[in-house]
Design a protein around this ligand. Sequence first.
Ligand SMILES: CC(C)(COP(=O)(O)OP(=O)(O)OC[C@H]1O[C@@H](n2cnc3c(N)ncnc32)[C@H](O)[C@@H]1OP(=O)(O)O)[C@@H](O)C(=O)NCCC(=O)NCCS
Length: 208
Amino acid sequence: MKIEIANKSHYQYAAVICDTIAESAKIRGTGIAKRTPEYIMTKMDNGNAVIALEGDTFAGFCYIEVWGHEKFVANSGLIVHPDFRNQGLAKEIKKAIFNLSRSKFPNAKIFGITTGLAVMKINYDLGYEPVTFSELTDDPAFWNGCQTCKNFDILTRTERKMCLCTGMLYDPAEKEKNTQHKHEYNGKVFQRLKSIKQAIFLKKEKKK
Ligand SMILES: CC(C)(COP(=O)(O)OP(=O)(O)OC[C@H]1O[C@@H](n2cnc3c(N)ncnc32)[C@H](O)[C@@H]1OP(=O)(O)O)[C@@H](O)C(=O)NCCC(=O)NCCS
């Protein structure tokens, strides 16, 4: 498996990346921001994406978004093709995009919002902490990306204070002061948080 910083030579994979993201969201029944192949290509062009290939076959992808005049970056669009799941590939891709983010934007806070328990675990292991949305970027362009998510009504009615996604943040300034997590990772806590939010925000028949 080759994991590398994507460039123009990877344009051919933009369509399969978008299709895999959309298909996975449909199967999970969860909301997700929509991506176009053109958008993915821009990320490749700017050196702001990581791609995993097994020979010539697409295996996984993730990209960097820059928000609030480089005060924040997000590592978004993480996708591992179903054929390559449960082998630790997402963890490797996230590590690669995290390292790329740290080297290109050393002063930026790195954040993500996700409903995925696997992603929460990976982020936590990388040093992210769960935070309220108020600690994330207030760049409207970021939050506008949520408009294509089917849970957008929740974000709107909570006045952007919370949604089904959990916000997680890596603050380099904080990490310099304190390299240790205050608590061991506890997957049950994240699972419970997700269940509580679903119970509050989703009608019974919508719950997934
Ligand atoms: C989520 C996804 C990226 C995981 O990819 P993967 O390569 O199978 O993940 P990994 O094998 O690297 O697993 C990472 C960790 O998460 C755990 N994990 C995997 N799936 C999990 C799940 N459904 N629930 C809880 N933990 C899970 C793994 O056990 C592993 O933990 P470990 O460090 O203790 O071994 C992949 O399933 C996917 O592409 N899903 C669809 C798109 C998606 O959900 N993207 C995230 C949007 S924010």
